[in-house]
Ligand binder design. Sequence first.
Ligand SMILES: [Zn+2]
Length: 55
Amino acid sequence: MKKMKTLNIPTEKKWYRCSGCGQKLLIYNDTAECHGVYIRCKYCHKTEEIKIQKH
Ligand SMILES: [Zn+2]
């Protein structure tokens, strides 16, 4: 089997969930990297930092 080159092609989309109430806040894919961005949960009103690290 031929090995494919590693490219930054998103292969999977995931929900980012609120750590307070578990509600879905946003969607990211597996090439995403994020820190220092905040979102306010509209369900429990917790301000959540979006921390996403590439795997
Ligand atoms: Zn919440």
